[in-house]
Design a protein around this ligand. Structure first.
Ligand code: 13P
Ligand code: SF4
Length: 305
């Protein structure tokens, strides 16, 4: 049953000819009014396909909304709370990428989509956790500067012959860093019939203890196709709401309840309603940054087909 506020948002969305895109970590209430839910890659692909809408409302963190803007420079992209930043993206500056390129002139630069616009503008190609291995293997150079997530870099390194050099070297997600070996052992003991699925932003030693390391979109398809019925989910807590809505006949347990991405939750129904009403705050990406990063985004979309 939708609340009055949710109904008001849906009516406003229709009146404004808007579409709401939301990341899998959004709250249940926001997931319920979204037109499209997905992981970073799915949201990029969807953003590129939007033709018939005047406004895109993006419920996710800054780098995701900016990528949607880069793919749709002429469309109005709005965000309920413009301060919703991904701290990991802010761990790598454009200047640091330039310095790394000077140090390794023969290397290609592959950046996680969780990067600032100024860093993406210096990249050859982007990747998400859903396509990182495929993207890295599609690069012709043997040495790859990879950042900002060191754990995703470790995940890729283990599965490729390419040399992966992390930049800046200590980039990480504070949410996925919370998972410990003890959490995995406790979950194994408590839920002996469950499979443990972890996001590749978790430390490599935690990924290794799990049954699978997957992007949030990858988790959804893995679980849909699995003959198991119980899963321990090692990612942000609201992913479980997406799973319950899509695959309600299976059972999910959070690896830890404290895995909350605080900035993802800055978006509330009230802010979503107001942003639709006022058609602001709007995502603005400086023209030079947008133009320079577009080729890296498009190269990723092409290589991940
Ligand atoms: P996904 O692309 O797997 O949804 O990951 C995005 C993210 O920020 C994970 O923390
Ligand atoms: Fe960034 Fe981590 Fe939040 Fe994902 S979960 S948006 S990587 S802080």
């Amino acid at each position: 049953m939708l609340s009055d506020l949710q109904k008001e948002i849906i009516a406003l969305k229709e009146e404004k000819n808007a579409i709401i895109l939301a990341h899998n970590y959004q709250s249940k209430e926001i997931q319920e009014v979204a037109d499209f839910l997905g992981d970073s890659l799915e949201l990029c692909i969807k953003a590129k396909e939007i033709e018939d809408k005047d406004i895109v409302v993006f419920c996710g963190v800054d780098f995701m909304a900016e990528t949607a803007k880069v793919l749709n420079p002429d469309k109005k992209i709005i965000i309920p709370d413009e301060t919703a930043e991904c701290p990991m993206a802010h761990m790598l500056s454009g200047e640091q990428v330039i310095e790394a390129k000077e140090k390794y002139p023969d290397a290609a630069v592959c950046l996680y989509v969780n990067s600032l616009g100024e860093a993406k503008a210096e990249a050859d190609i982007l990747c998400t956790s859903g396509n990182a291995l495929k993207i890295v293997n599609s690069i012709k150079e043997d040495t790859i500067l990879f950042g900002p997530d060191t754990n995703l870099g470790d995940f890729v390194r283990e599965q490729t012959d390419k040399e992966i050099i992390p930049i800046p070297g200590d980039g990480h997600c504070y949410v996925h860093k919370k998972f410990t070996e003890e959490d995995v052992s406790a979950a194994r003991e408590k839920y002996p019939n469950a499979e443990i699925i972890i996001h590749p932003e978790a430390d490599k030693k935690i990924q290794d203890l799990a049954d699978a390391a997957l992007s949030t979109g990858g988790m959804l398809s893995y679980i849909r196709n699995s003959n198991k019925n119980e899963f321990v989910i090692g990612t942000e807590i609201d992913m479980i709401n997406r799973l319950k809505a899509e695959i309600p006949d299976k059972t999910y347990y959070p690896l830890i309840k404290e895995a909350v991405c605080e900035t993802m939750k800055y978006h509330t129904l009230e802010k979503l309603r107001d942003c639709l009403k006022n058609e602001s705050p709007e995502i603005i990406v400086p023209k030079d940054i947008a133009e320079k990063s577009l080729s890296a985004v498009e190269r990723m979309l092409e290589a991940s087909k």
